[in-house]
Ligand binder design. Structure first.
Ligand SMILES: Nc1ncnc2c1ncn2[C@@H]1O[C@H](COP(=O)(O)OP(=O)(O)OP(=O)(O)O)[C@@H](O)[C@H]1O
Length: 699
């Protein structure tokens, strides 16, 4: 059909006056005919069944009844007037009730005329009533386009109050199909539709709004979900491809002195197969001539640091510098200490730059960095400052992507004329499919194996009432020479209470363990004090570390074998998993004890059960994704990608995989989509790029 008609402003649709047009635009973002077509129902009601009044059940879902009004009256009540109509069929009587719009209803309802009513019923004083029923005369009802399943559209209170009910939307949709004659071009190629047995576009769009049967509805949903995910994948893959073609990277061909010397003589342990595999992937990227943008996912303690170091060695071997950016000062310091230790027998120059570096040291670093004397610079956001200029930055490693946004990544890019290679490391595994849809522009490597000899952490859930037993357990562990973390939540809204809990906890531990040395670390401490306390714990001078979640990411004390998490029900799953990952880093059996009160929400229960059932970060991430939804997990900055109209990234995981598979296959055979058979894909893709909205291309 003529694509232009779908661009017609919604004001022109019969039945839409200026007021409605305004509401549709403001409340639902519907500006054109096309926007209305793409306004999909979020559920369907089975309207094939008509109930008799004597068949109605209490607590049933919405029901549909045919009958007549015999009498209408106004009833005064404390909270105002309401309008009540007696409604009968041959089996009994019920009431219809309105609290608003009474005048209009009174004037328009006809006594003794057959109506079809639809809505939820209440049971009161021995009678069923239906507040604000949707209703139309049987005569009207017969004229309308009937569907087995009635679509229910997302709505807002304002819309309903302004009279744009579901029925109105439904009528507008009918009108739209009349005006457009229901013809829609297909937007997928013949090859895909026949291979996947997809129904044609026009049929899908019609059945999504006017399902003719359950089966056709399912087919329509499948087709439209596939299409949505397919074009997102196509877009991400093309973006990735173009980036690789366009953005030339430094070619690191040399594997030289630093890398080989370290690998042969200084590696403190045998690399795991997964570490080797990932290093290989990175080496291939660095030598490919394109700029690397790689996401390195590895569960807590899987050994990402050594991979980062060896990648940085490749940069050094090719006469470039490298940097590593961490989200917190504690982590930056820890990385610094760790890398200095690993490189102690090499002459690699490694420096640390954080917000608390003194002016003099800072100036020195700025100078030596610019003249190339520094090989590896480790730090926090401080690295992003304009004053920090490298002589030639070849590789930037970013630890914990979540805390840094895409903007920061871009800032690192601009540190050089030619953008440096980028390796993003994250210890919070993102389910693969989600990662695929969010980071289409990043290649992904996964370390899916833990170093040998690690014993799975034993995790248990204990109620606060069992605290004494927990204390006894801690005592035993300390006797064996181990160290213990006790972590308290710190949530901004209840900061004061949380600090009180932390301090109370600290005091009771101090009382309970008079012979032990205790460290305390929380966000309100000066960083000097924090470092001092951390350091004492790292060196084994203190046995117990009482802390808030500042220790969440990356802290590495292999001798610590017990993690107690207080008020565990208040933490999210990935946070619990991160915290647990602070133990189990040495050869000893480690434990994680999740402490809670007795009152637990359902979600909290699922979180605790998941934690006690598995140590696998990917499995945990999947559950987390289901509980919280993708937007929440990734933060708002990426959620645009997830602004899906019909597909659900969690529930439609299989369709996503299928879509990705097909997008990849097609691009592999025809990267520029120039073959005749892919013409429709190219056209649709171009529309999509033009409108920056997946659904604006439908024509
Ligand atoms: N192949 C290996 N064999 C034995 N030990 C290893 C191996 N790789 C790493 N390790 C050790 O495992 C511990 C965890 O490694 P690392 O700190 O790099 O983990 P990570 O992936 O950064 O985890 P997190 O994100 O939790 O910090 C370190 O003590 C490290 O020395």
């Amino acid at each position: 059909m003529n694509a232009n008609i779908l661009q017609t402003p919604i004001d022109y649709l019969k039945g839409v006056g200026p007021n409605r047009a305004d509401l549709l635009r403001k409340e639902l973002g519907i500006h054109t005919y096309q926007d209305l077509v793409n306004f999909f129902p979020n559920r369907y009601l089975d309207k094939t069944r008509f109930y008799k009044i004597n068949e109605l059940q209490r607590n049933s879902a919405e029901v549909q009844v045919v009958g007549k009004i015999t009498h209408i009256r106004s009833v005064e009540q404390k909270r105002g007037k309401r309008l009540v109509a007696d409604f009968i069929d041959e089996t009994g009587k019920m009431e219809l009730v309105w609290f608003r719009g009474q005048k209009w209803i009174r004037e328009n309802l006809k006594i003794n005329t057959p109506y079809v009513i639809f809505g939820k019923t209440n049971w009161f004083n021995g009678l069923f009533s239906m507040p604000h029923p949707e209703m139309e005369s049987v005569e009207e009802y017969k004229k309308q386009l009937r569907t087995a399943m009635q679509p229910i559209y997302p709505s807002t209170e304002k819309l309903v109050k302004s009279g744009i009910t579901n029925r109105v939307i439904n009528k507008l949709m009918q009108q739209l199909f009349i005006e457009t004659k229901g013809k829609f071009y297909d937007t997928l190629s013949e090859e895909i539709t026949s291979e996947l047995k997809l129904i044609p576009k026009a049929e899908a769009v019609f059945n999504i709004h006017f399902p003719q049967s359950q089966e056709l509805l399912a087919k329509a949903q499948f087709r439209l979900k596939f299409e949505e995910l397919f074009y997102i994948q196509l877009q991400l893959l093309i973006k990735n491809m173009l980036q690789k073609q366009k953005i030339k990277g430094f070619v690191f061909e040399e594997i030289g002195q630093n890398f080989s010397e370290f690998y042969k003589n200084h590696l403190p342990f045998e690399l795991t197969g997964a570490q080797k595999k990932v290093i290989k992937e990175i080496r291939a990227d660095l030598g490919s001539g394109a700029q690397m943008n790689r996401l390195l996912q590895g569960d807590v303690g899987s050994g990402k640091t050594i991979v980062a170091l060896m990648s940085m060695f490749i940069a050094l071997d090719n006469s470039f510098q490298a940097c590593l950016m961490a989200p917190t000062e504690i982590l930056a310091i820890q990385h610094y200490n760790g890398l200095v230790e690993l490189c102690k027998d090499l002459d690699t120059s490694i420096y640390l730059l954080t917000g608390s570096s003194k002016t003099k040291a800072r100036r020195e670093i700025h100078e030596t960095l610019e003249n190339g004397e520094i090989d590896i610079l480790i730090g926090t956001h401080a690295l992003l400052e304009d004053k920090v200029k490298f002589k030639n930055l070849g590789l930037a490693v970013i630890d914990e992507q979540h805390r840094f946004g895409v903007a920061q990544r871009a800032k690192l890019w601009r540190k050089n004329q030619v953008p440096p290679h980028i390796l993003v490391m994250t210890a919070t595994p993102i389910p693969r499919t989600l990662a695929m849809s969010l980071y289409g522009d990043l290649d992904i490597s996964v370390i899916d194996e833990l170093p040998p000899g690690r014993k799975p952490i034993k995790t248990v859930h204990r109620y606060d009432s069992n605290r004494l037993k927990v204390f006894a357990f801690i005592k035993d562990e300390i006797k064996k020479g181990r160290q213990v973390y006790v972590v308290y939540p710190l949530i901004q809204e209840s900061e004061k209470m949380d600090y009180k809990d932390l301090m109370d906890g600290y005091e009771s531990i101090a009382r309970e363990f008079p012979d032990e040395q205790i460290s305390i670390v929380h966000g309100q401490m000066k960083s000097d004090a924090k470092d001092y306390e951390m350091d004492r714990f790292v060196r084994g001078e203190t046995q117990i570390m009482v802390a808030t979640t500042v220790i969440e990411v990356g802290v590495n004390v292999p001798n610590a074998s017990v993690m107690i998490i207080e008020s565990a029900e208040r933490f999210g799953l990935s946070q619990l998993h991160q915290l647990r990952g602070r133990v189990g880093r040495g050869a000893e059996q480690s434990f994680c004890i999740l402490m809670t009160g007795h009152k637990l929400s359902n979600d909290s229960k699922i979180r605790l059960e998941t934690m006690t059932a598995t140590n696998d970060g990917f499995e945990i991430a999947e559950v987390d994704l289901k509980l919280r939804g993708p937007g929440d997990i990734m933060g708002t900055q990426q959620s645009g990608v997830l602004n899906l109209k019909i597909a659900d990234i969690v529930k439609d995981n299989d369709i996503l995989k299928l879509a990705r598979h097909h997008a990849m296959r097609i691009l592999k055979g025809d990267p520029s989509l120039s073959l005749e058979k892919n013409k429709v894909l190219r056209f649709t893709y171009a529309q999509l790029a033009k409108h920056k909205n997946i659904w604006n291309y439908i024509s």
